[in-house]
Each structure stands twice: as structure tokens, then as C-alpha cells.
Design a protein around this ligand. Structure first.
Ligand SMILES: [Zn+2]
Length: 179
């Protein structure tokens, strides 16, 4: 039996998986936006492992103070898996493989990061952000798509969707993590 690195599990430590309806769950209703992924809370610097073999097709800045002032700079890395499924590992403090690299399942692809800068959060921040100020948890934000993830900042920013309808191709990671 493998320790730490379970099947379809992107972190080396067991963490709470938010069920539908809980904070950090998939498609969480954040009033003016919906959550596109699932948040897996773990210490900053926790290694992140690929949950399916595939090609690294994108590495970009996911959050930064120039986008939203209370954000730290974090990164996302997108893997197009062998099955055709896209995995977006988000809010990472750093990423390891280069774009175009072929990675195997369980290869380390980055480290858990910390998005929020509590010193900048104030009463003008969205209420769900204010609620996170004290705890300020680090997390892996994981999205799974059956087509190339949408990153258009008019509709999508920092792991949230601002359109009224769920984007086509966006999947609930819960089902992948429980396989
Ligand atoms: Zn998230």
C-alpha cells in the first residue's frame, strides 16, 4: 500500500474534502460568483502531485496583487491528461515542470500556496474573503475540465466564475478524488 500518495490524490497528506454545500466545495455559491474547483486545505509548501499522466499545457500567474490588491502571487498549472481530461492545479506557491513537459501520475508539479494577504483585507472585500482573514488557509485549488479550461478574465478570475451559467465542460473534482 502506498503511503501519502493515494490513487487520484494530489497531496501527500490526507485533508478534508469539502462535500457539496461546504465552504470550498465545487460550485460553491459566493453570491456574485461561483467556485470553479474544490479547495484542499494544506500547509503552504505541501507538495502537489499529478493525479493523471499527461502533458503540461499551461503555466500562468493565477492571482496577483495587480489583479486584486489582497491577493498574493500564485500560479496555476494545467495538465492535459491521457484520458483527454484537463487538470488545473491552482493557487500554487511554485510550479516545477516546464510547459510542454510530459509528466507521470504522482510526479510532483508544485507546492501549495497562499492567496490571501490578510493585511489588505478590509470591509470592502467580499464577505467570503473577510471570513477567511483570520484563518487565512493555504490550499490547493483543483479544477477538472473535459475541455480546455476557460481563463477569460471577464468570466473567470482566481478560481471563480462570474457568469450566470456553469461553463460547459467544467467537472466536479469530488468524483475524481473519491474514485
Ligand atoms: Zn478555490
Amino acid at each position: 500500500m502506498e503511503t501519502g500518495n493515494e490513487k487520484n490524490w494530489p497531496l501527500p497528506v490526507p485533508v478534508h474534502i469539502p462535500a457539496d454545500g461546504e465552504r470550498g466545495c465545487f460550485w460553491e455559491d459566493r453570491k456574485d460568483r461561483h467556485h470553479c474547483g474544490i479547495d484542499l486545505y494544506a500547509k503552504k509548501g505541501t507538495p502537489v502531485f499529478a493525479i493523471e499522466e499527461g502533458e503540461v499545457v499551461e503555466i500562468e500567474i493565477m492571482t496577483s496583487p495587480s489583479m486584486i490588491k489582497y491577493w498574493n502571487e500564485t500560479y496555476h498549472l494545467i495538465v492535459r491528461g491521457n484520458s483527454g481530461t484537463y487538470y488545473k492545479y491552482g493557487e500554487m506557491a511554485m510550479t516545477i515542470p516546464q510547459k510542454g513537459t510530459w509528466i507521470k501520475k504522482h510526479d510532483q508539479i508544485g507546492e501549495v500556496g497562499l492567496v490571501l494577504n490578510p493585511a489588505i483585507i478590509d470591509s470592502t472585500s467580499p464577505r467570503y474573503i473577510q471570513a477567511l482573514k483570520e484563518k487565512n488557509p493555504a490550499m490547493l485549488h483543483l479544477e477538472i475540465w473535459e475541455e480546455y479550461p476557460v481563463t477569460d478574465h471577464k468570466l473567470y478570475l482566481g478560481g471563480n466564475w462570474f457568469g450566470s451559467k456553469k461553463p460547459p465542460g467544467l467537472l466536479n473534482p469530488l468524483h475524481y478524488l473519491h474514485k
